[in-house]
Design a protein around this ligand. Sequence first.
Ligand code: G1P
Ligand code: ZN
Length: 541
Amino acid sequence: MASIVTAPIQGQKPGTSGLRKKTREFMAPAFLENFVQSILDAIGGAAGKTLVLGGDGRFFGEEAAQVILKMAAANGAARVIVGQGAWLSTPAASHLIRTRGTDGGIILSASHNPGGPDGDFGVKFNAANGGPAPEVLTDAIYAKTLELTRYLKLEAPDVNLTAIGESHLGEMVVEVVDPVMAYADMIESLFDFKSLRGLFHEGFTMRMDAMCAITGPYAVEIFENRLGAPKGTVTHKTPLPDFGGMHPDPNPTWAHELMAEMIGESGPDFGAASDGDGDRNMIVGRQCYVSPSDSLAVIAANAHLVPGYAAGLKGVARSMPTSAAVDRVAASLGIDYYETPTGWKFFGNLMDAGRVNLCGEESFGTGSDHVREKDGLWAILMWLNIITVRGQGVAEILADHWARFGRNYYSRHDYEALPKDQAEALLRDLVDRLDGLNGQSFQGLTVSGADEFSYSDPVDGSVSAHQGVRILFEGGSRVVLRLSGTGTEGATLRVYLERYVAGPDGLDADPQEALAPIIAATEEITGLKARTGRARPDVIT
Ligand code: G1P
Ligand code: ZN
């Protein structure tokens, strides 16, 4: 074993989803080692512990897994359960951490960010509940990165990760498991696979774009092997180190091949996509895109039709920038609903306390308490199961939903790679002016409230402040502005726009047109375009 003297890595601060960096930064000498040692020190050492390890198949993932195995062994871990080929989707890793009763796990992924030597890489620690490390732990990891003086790594040949089974690395057991089967079995227990098989048997057509990322093998097993969907239902099904050049972010911009297929009148009945590590999802019907906020609301309203949720929902939670569509469903069901800061980790406490079993974010993340991460394939199966029971297509289900609850028109506009100082100053100036906005009118819209969101966790009482600016307008419309915590280049400003229309008229407008007054009012209030010199957002979802 080598105890290697190292200099502190000076403040590598894991964000909402672990530490994300350019791949080359992670590959720099001792960088990965330092960060992993900081994690192991922050959890109180690895001695005697069992950990799960795997990632989304991106470039540098397998090399990183080998380093982490040798470090876990040198730090005295008892066992590491690793997905074959160092593969595990994020929800499958969460499931393994929970069902195997481990002390946590390390996931190698930069989620939906592009991969490859010039792309991004990431390392995330999940706690024993299967969920992302809570803030106290990410703070502790950060503190360790400042004081680290050595890391421990076994000098040993690489472990064979291609064959399933157990081997030893020093004293530590390395258990290589099939990355797919345990997860697929769990999923099968939640849904009505018999009826779903019938649906595909009757000729229902689906296109699932795995975007050359980790969900390919999971989707092939579930949709093609177990549910009998025709071969070819899953496209871009082989995980590739650079995702085949794709940007594995399931939204209309990056999943444009799928969108092009769904737009035609003779396209498949149902379309879906997922991201690099398999926790995000996009749902599309034929000629009908479903916004993630609407998807969450539809799932909430129909969850009782799915066997795993037949007893009804306990409660629901959404991130603050997610539209209020799900709140209306929860109110009509008479269940509690919670508004949390951005990031999945805030849902974990609510799920562990049994307060909610459905959660979602506007950023294409939906999930339940079957794991402690969002789960792309789970959301896709919720839709399929609902479609099967209701005997309706996506467009009909959405139209029915809006007729019943009204429609929360929604869109997110992202301004990427802004100079950090400029983006921070813009938000700071806005925060200073919030009090004065109340009661003022912009483009005919009157501000009925404006604040900076602060969350007090109802379970442990911890407070998370400065979670984004909200400006509410009379009638249930609003704009939210916040800076991304996951970008790797400059600052990304996210502008979340929402307008409520009760119906029965005006429910089928184009979202950007329906939101035009909110967009104009936002410009008048913030001077965003003038200050950034950007005529339009880089990404609209
Ligand atoms: C983004 C999303 C957020 C999600 C996170 C991790 O974070 O907006 O909802 O939880 O990725 O997938 P952001 O870049 O906005 O901080
Ligand atoms: Zn992801």
